[in-house]
Design a protein around this ligand. Structure first.
Ligand SMILES: Cc1cc2nc3c(=O)[nH]c(=O)nc-3n(C[C@H](O)[C@H](O)[C@H](O)COP(=O)(O)O)c2cc1C
Length: 197
């Protein structure tokens, strides 16, 4: 079955995050985001793609800060409330019944009850005709203590970080499950026949 070129998200699973910001006049804002990509391990930058008409983008330009909150699957209703087109002077924490969590490195608050919080400072913006790529430097990264494994990793099966796949007429919300095995990073750097040192 062939799909249309714009239907990339129908075949690429994406994270669903909530980006929290504050406007220059102090109004807190929350918006769901799927176009979020860490830029190469082990660097500390992350890029988000934004449509040009977004209060989130305006706020990031005004304050130079944002928090990428990873919501649990149980927050889908709040995610959808925050996706509505509120005017910029409406506090979307209040609208969605979300509680603020003080951030460590930025003045924008995070969202209490999330799985993890990625605090960012604006590093660079790449503006095109129809979108902007916002590159943030991660200045603070915190994992909810309730969802840490013995190895210090995210306990994703209990935390249920929200993900999505787009469909023709609906967003399919999903969550990660174990696929069968883990892999050593060193597997990437070996090939058959390589001489061992
Ligand atoms: C699951 C989901 C993912 C979204 N991802 C993005 C995205 O990656 N970029 C974007 O510009 N808008 C995205 N949106 C749309 C914005 O969240 C929506 O337009 C919101 O009202 C923007 O709020 P703001 O104007 O307060 O920033 C997404 C919406 C949903 C429901």
């Amino acid at each position: 079955m062939m799909l249309k070129p714009f239907e990339r998200e129908n075949v690429l699973a994406m994270p669903v995050v909530l980006i929290s910001t504050v406007s220059g006049s102090g109004v807190a804002n929350v918006a769901p985001w799927g176009n979020v990509t860490p830029i190469l391990r082990p660097l500390d930058e992350i890029v988000i793609a934004s449509a040009l008409k977004r209060d989130t983008l305006d706020n990031i330009r005004e304050t130079g800060e944002f928090v990428i909150n990873v919501p649990p699957a149980s927050m889908i209703d709040e995610v959808m409330i925050c996706s509505r087109l509120y005017p910029p002077d409406v506090d979307e924490f209040a609208e969605a019944g979300l509680s603020k969590k003080t951030s460590s490195t930025v003045s924008a608050p995070g969202i209490a009850g999330c799985v993890a919080w990625i605090e960012c400072k604006l590093k660079e913006e790449i503006v095109r005709d129809k979108y902007s790529l916002v590159i943030g430097k991660v200045t603070g990264l915190e994992l909810n203590e309730d969802f840490v494994t013995e190895d210090g990793d995210l306990d994703y099966e209990n935390a249920e970080p929200l993900c999505m796949l787009c469909g023709g007429s609906v967003i399919h919300y999903t969550k990660p499950v174990r696929a069968g095995r883990t892999a050593q990073y060193s597997e990437m750097f070996s090939w058959p026949g390589k001489k061992q040192d």
